[in-house]
Write a protein that binds this ligand. Structure first.
Ligand SMILES: NC(=O)C[C@H](N)C(=O)O
Length: 378
């Protein structure tokens, strides 16, 4: 490395610092605008027949968040419309013709079954069009893994479906949203992304919807796939794929939500020392159709909970054992015997993902063995 190369970053940093200090106050104030202040700009993009067509379905999240401080973590998610977000990535217009639809505008802590169904149905509808080549879903990161899995099991297309979010709001210094959004558009526009199931694009990484988990509350490196790692990367505007999940997804699943308006009630019960077994009964009395236990270790249950679970299963409630542990499988008939309890082991699905699969499974059956096979197939 020569002298010039060594000193160049320091020189650039000094210039940026000087420029930053001279930014007029008004420019900084503009970063702090909220949804009401930021009108959706008119679309001026010209259609280029040589580029693929990507549809962005926006749902809100921090990627569309706005805060009053560019250096703090306080902000409100889901404030900025998709057209304004796209203005931050003019480079994207060189890789695809982009159209945007606002499906919802919420922080993903407010995500619900209704929006899941709306999103999946909209993708299925648009996917039939020959002038749509791929999808990007902007989404909050808190529950991104759940929506990703729901779509992975319910959309009926081989066209790329790429979910993306951000850990820093759109008004923060070094917002990660624009880069993530650009990478997601690049991925959705690439023919190499076809048939891979729904993928999540965060921080240069591509994860399969089945395996991705949020592992950090605030850091930009917040998404990992603890059991299998990323399946690809986006760098310099190019996608590189490294592996492919053998589990069934999208066009290969048995789930058809086209006539579904409501999903069965499934709840999660967290396992811990001295857990109160009455919690199981509280859920059963509240009319739950399924319970996922975030068990300890390999999905083990507190003895008093085991007894109540057995009784719940006898009443027709379907119970899945998952684990509160971040990685590894919850295996059948191990320390806890599923044959004795009448329970189902979640395999690699964490509790929140097991809940999504159980909701879909219950649309079709309540049979323990049939649902167990689904957990091993998807
Ligand atoms: N980083 C984020 O997106 C967090 C936000 N609460 C959301 O899920 O919408």
């Amino acid at each position: 490395m020569n002298r010039v190369t060594v000193f160049r970053p320091a020189l650039i940093l000094s210039i940026v610092a000087i420029l930053w200090q001279s930014v007029p106050l008004q420019t900084i104030a503009q970063r702090k605008k909220t949804r009401k202040d930021i009108p959706a700009p008119q679309t001026t993009r010209k259609h280029n027949p040589n580029l693929p067509n990507v549809v962005i379905l926006a749902t809100g999240g921090t990627i569309a968040g706005a805060g009053t401080s560019s250096v703090g973590t306080a902000y409100t998610a889901g404030q900025i419309p998709i057209e304004s977000l796209l203005q931050a990535v003019p480079e994207a217009t060189k890789v695809a013709n982009i159209t945007g639809e606002q499906v919802a505008q919420v922080g993903s802590q407010a995500m619900n079954d209704e929006v899941w169904l709306k999103l999946a149905k909209r993708i299925n509808e648009l996917a039939k069009k020959s002038d749509v080549d791929g999808f990007v879903i902007t989404h909050g990161t808190d529950t991104q893994e759940e929506t990703a899995l729901f779509l992975n099991l319910t959309v009926k297309t081989d066209k790329p479906v790429v979910m993306v979010g951000a850990m820093r709001s759109a008004t923060a210094i070094s917002a990660d949203g624009p880069k993530n959004l650009y990478d997601a558009i690049v991925t959705a526009a690439s023919p190499s992304s076809k048939g891979r199931g729904v993928v999540v694009c965060m921080n240069d990484n591509l994860f399969s919807a089945r395996d991705v988990v949020k592992v950090n509350t605030t850091n930009v490196d917040a998404f990992h796939a603890p059991n299998s790692g990323p399946i690809g990367f986006v760098l310099d505007g190019k996608v590189a794929w490294y592996s492919l999940s053998l589990r069934k997804h999208t066009t290969q699943t048995e789930f058809d939500i086209s006539n579904v308006d409501k999903l069965p009630k499934v709840d999660i019960l967290y396992g811990y020392s001295n857990v109160d077994p009455n919690l199981v009964d509280a859920l059963v009395n509240d009319g739950t159709k399924g319970i996922v236990i975030a068990g300890v270790g390999n999905g083990n249950l507190y003895p008093a909970v085991e007894e109540r679970v057995k009784a719940a299963v006898k009443k027709g409630v379907v119970v899945v054992r998952s684990s509160r542990v971040m990685s590894g499988r919850t295996t059948m008939d191990a320390e806890t015997d599923d044959k004795v309890l009448g329970t189902i082991a979640s395999d690699e699905f964490n509790p929140q993902k097991a809940r999504v699969l159980l909701q879909l499974a219950l649309l079709k059956t309540t049979d323990q063995d049939t649902i167990q096979q689904m957990f091993l197939r998807y």
